[in-house]
Design a protein around this ligand. Structure first.
Ligand SMILES: [Zn+2]
Length: 438
């Protein structure tokens, strides 16, 4: 996850609203850091919603988890609160932490445990069946703790423990490469992992503010016992975009990508070993959200086949003219079940294309409001158009979306040769990328 982070001092300075320019260290330094990261036995932080991506954390998690969590959390939170408040953070973050912890305590107190055991075991079964397909897998890296994964996905540490009881070691660090299961009912990974080197004059609350984390999150993720920081100390931070954030520069056919984010591997889609799957933070986020929406609608698949995005640093990517600035994406049309499994992009036709699923995918992307164009072969447009017509879609909407049956007309979905086996989508410039040109 750390690849693709390229230093760019001026930009950081701008980003950090006049604070000292932080130095980001790379994978090489991670090993140094890891020695200092101990597994924190007691999760301390209050759950916080991320600022950008809305995420219904596990409020609606399976009932059995809810129940157990509340019980345990009540006890633990109270203990931890006391400990936490006594020991540390008295000056800087007492206020904010106390507030949020109190809130969550109150909530859990109100809701707690009225159901009988019988009901509970019933709902357990039901929910297990329902929820089973909807999980994420996170492959741990060296030094990862449950506290860290908890913030990344907005899941509770206790829930993580429960879901992964069989694969977690009883004691000690989590071995790298462990595939943790994270159940969630909405959205995707919400925070990215990055590192931050402490500068002279940095305080814990200042670093937390920069990273948009709470002080207790920074402490728990890094296994810090005290609030004191030393210059040069490397901290793990979890941010809403990559750190530093991506930037799309220039146009799609003459541009580049700074700090491109790699589309992570995940359930419901595949790009095999394709190396050129870097995009802007927005591109990757929107794709992940859309793939997840698709997976929820069609839990049995098929997998969405992902083609090229951009190279890590953008620029020319053969054989494409575009795909240069992290905003272009190739996706295979969804092929009917009887022709599955399809592992690469194949020519779509009236015979083999699953119009319902293909349109669900395209429409979900269009509904993000960030798609500028889609390139779809005219004949494939015809097949989709006629399908939607048969489903009584409004003519007005169809005209807005498809060039078919008026070749050359102004529509979102355009004919460009070479798009028989994939739809090419282009996102508009991310807000704030000043050198990006649509
Ligand atoms: Zn393309």
């Amino acid at each position: 996850m750390l690849d693709g982070l390229i230093p760019c001092g001026g930009r950081w300075a701008r980003l950090l609203s006049g604070g000292p320019v932080p130095v980001i260290l790379f994978a090489a330094f991670l090993s140094v850091l890891l020695c200092g990261v101990a597994i924190n036995p007691s999760p301390v932080f209050a759950q916080e919603r991320p600022p950008e991506l809305k995420f219904e954390s596990l409020d609606k998690a399976p009932e059995d988890d809810k129940k157990d969590d509340k019980k345990d959390d009540k006890k633990d939170d109270k203990k931890d609160d006391k400990k936490d408040d006594k020991k540390s953070d008295k000056k800087s973050d007492k206020k904010s932490d106390k507030k949020s912890d109190k809130k969550s305590d109150k909530k859990s107190d109100k809701k707690s445990d009225k159901k009988s055991d019988k009901q509970d075991s019933k709902s357990k079964k039901k929910i297990k069946e329902k929820k089973e397909p909807f999980f994420y897998t996170y492959k741990t890296e060296e030094g990862d703790t449950l506290e860290l994964v908890s913030v990344m996905y907005g899941a509770k540490v206790k829930s993580l423990k429960r879901w992964n009881r069989k694969i977690l070691p009883r004691r000690g660090p989590i071995p790298p490469g462990t595939e943790l299961k994270i159940y969630s009912n909405k959205s995707v990974r919400i925070k990215r992992k990055a590192t931050y080197e402490v500068k002279k004059g940095d305080t814990l609350s200042r670093v937390a503010k920069k990273a948009k984390m709470s002080v207790s999150q920074v402490k728990s993720v890094n296994g810090l016992k005290s609030s004191r920081l030393k210059p040069g100390q490397v901290l793990i931070i979890l941010t809403s975009s990559t750190w530093p954030p991506s930037e799309s520069v220039g146009t799609c056919s003459n541009g580049k990508l700074i700090n491109g984010e790699k589309l992570p591997a995940g359930p419901g889609y595949s790009y095999r070993n394709r190396p050129n799957v870097y995009g802007t933070n927005e591109t990757v986020t929107l794709l992940l959200q859309t793939f997840e929406k698709f997976r929820k609608k069609y839990p049995k698949g098929p997998n969405i086949v992902v083609g090229n995005l951009s190279r890590a640093e953008g620029g020319h990517l053969a054989p494409h003219k575009s795909h240069q600035s992290g905003r272009d994406v190739d996706l295979g049309y969804i092929i009917k079940d009887e022709y599955q499994p399809v592992t690469h992009m194949i020519n779509a036709s009236e015979r083999n294309m699953d119009c319902e699923k293909t349109w669900f995918l395209m429409d979900s992307l269009i509904k993000t409001g960030r798609v500028k164009y889609m390139f779809v072969d005219y004949e494939v447009q015809r097949v989709l158009y006629e399908y939607l017509e048969s489903k009584k879609y409004s003519k007005k909407l169809l005209k807005k979306y498809f060039q078919y049956p008026n070749r050359g007309s102004d529509a979102l979905i355009k004919h460009v040769a070479g798009h028989v086996h994939h739809v090419h989508l282009r996102f508009v410039c991310p807000k704030g990328d000043k050198e990006c040109r649509d």
